[in-house]
Design a protein around this ligand. Structure first.
Ligand SMILES: *[C@@H]1O[C@H](CO)[C@@H](O)[C@H](O)[C@H]1NC(C)=O
Ligand SMILES: *[C@@H]1O[C@H](CO)[C@@H](O)[C@H](O)[C@H]1NC(C)=O
Length: 328
């Protein structure tokens, strides 16, 4: 993520007031389908009928672009992919939403349930961005709003992992069914090939597992940390992060190194799955600069890089001649 420059908002009290109203509205109105246990969210209401009325629009939204059939087979591998982005980047979110929606094929669903969600901090939330976020939550149900302030190194990754168990109704650990086997954090300038991701995770240990592109590159077997372009943890480690005092004290810092530090200091993540070099930085549009067994491409800062990458992986094939009657 690029560093936001929000200083201009800070001096404008009108925005603060609007943002607060909006935040409260956002926290209470929508009940996206992925919150299978709505209790934690519903606690911001006391009136059940308000709750029911508020839940209506989200429940009836078709959310066709979002793979969410409400549940999963007990034996099905499940992965939460959290795309870390900022409220103002609506256009990028929609590009990413579609780039993953077209990958939700029958074959992929047969192999795993992959829920792609956008992880946003609730602050700052100026009204013009809040409107998009609120509509997206209702229309697609794929936005997770965290109680944090957008700032790359101010602990957003900590908040993401630490707040998820409660957000998914799975706080409390032992005995609770895990909502996901793995939780991934991915940048909004990374494109993942979900089938390749799933293939590698199917073979990975389900417990005490840390997945990504390890650094330093020499340490292939047990890299001290995985690059933040896309790293994943098994659910038990997410729960550990949510409950560890040590981790909470060390929440801030360069996010990927920091995640590695928590695990190293806590004696966690005995299982490290290093996918180097299969997730890598974009170099050019030329075919030779994409690997055949690519899991992810990073540094897709500009839309044109997305265009090249999507074209290379055949996500955008089809002609662009003007539509005719009877064709779309
Ligand atoms: C959000 O976090 C702040 C501390 O960072 C806390 O004071 C506040 O109560 C939290 N809000 C909610 C809705 O959890
Ligand atoms: C894209 O499609 C072409 C033509 O069907 C095929 O030759 C090529 O291997 C595909 N590329 C990828 C990356 O799947």
């Amino acid at each position: 993520m690029s560093s936001p420059s929000y200083s201009s908002y800070l001096g404008r009290p009108a925005y603060c007031a609007m943002a607060l109203v909006l935040l409260l509205t956002l926290l209470c109105i929508t009940f996206p389908a992925y919150l299978r246990n709505p209790v934690s969210v519903a606690s911001c209401f006391t009136g059940a009928d308000v709750r029911a009325a508020a839940a209506q629009p989200a429940a009836s939204a078709s959310a066709a672009l979002v793979a969410d059939d409400g549940g999963r087979r007990p034996d099905q591998l499940s992965i939460l992919v959290g795309v870390h982005t900022m409220p103002k980047k609506h256009s990028r979110r929609h590009l990413i939403r579609m780039a993953y929606a077209v990958q939700q094929t029958a074959a992929l669903r047969g192999a795993a349930r992959v829920d792609v969600r956008f992880a946003l901090c609730a602050r700052p939330m100026p009204a013009e961005h809040g409107a998009f976020v609120a509509l997206e939550r209702r229309a697609y149900g794929d936005v997770l709003l965290f109680n944090c302030t957008e700032n790359a190194e101010d602990g957003k990754t900590y908040t993401y992992f630490a707040d998820l168990p409660a957000m998914l109704g799975a706080a409390g650990g032992e005995g609770r069914p895990r909502p996901y086997d793995y939780v991934m954090k991915v940048d909004d300038d990374t494109y993942l090939r979900l089938d390749a991701l799933v293939k590698t995770l199917r073979r990975a240990p389900r417990e005490d597992m840390y997945y990504g592109v390890g650094l330093p590159f020499m340490d292939r077997k047990s890299p001290p940390f995985m690059l933040g372009m896309g790293d994943a943890l098994s659910w038990d480690l997410v729960q550990w992060i949510a409950t560890s005092d040590m981790v909470r004290r060390k929440a801030k810092g360069v996010e990927d190194v920091t995640t590695g530090n928590w695990l190293n200091e806590g004696g966690k993540a005995k299982n490290r799955v290093n996918i180097f070099p299969r997730m890598y930085d974009y170099k050019s549009a030329e075919a030779k600069d994409f690997l055949e067994d690519t899991i992810g491409v990073h540094q897709l800062k500009e839309d044109i890089r997305w265009a090249h990458t999507l074209a290379h992986f055949n996500a955008t094939y089809g002609d662009l001649r003007p539509s005719r009657e009877g064709s779309s």
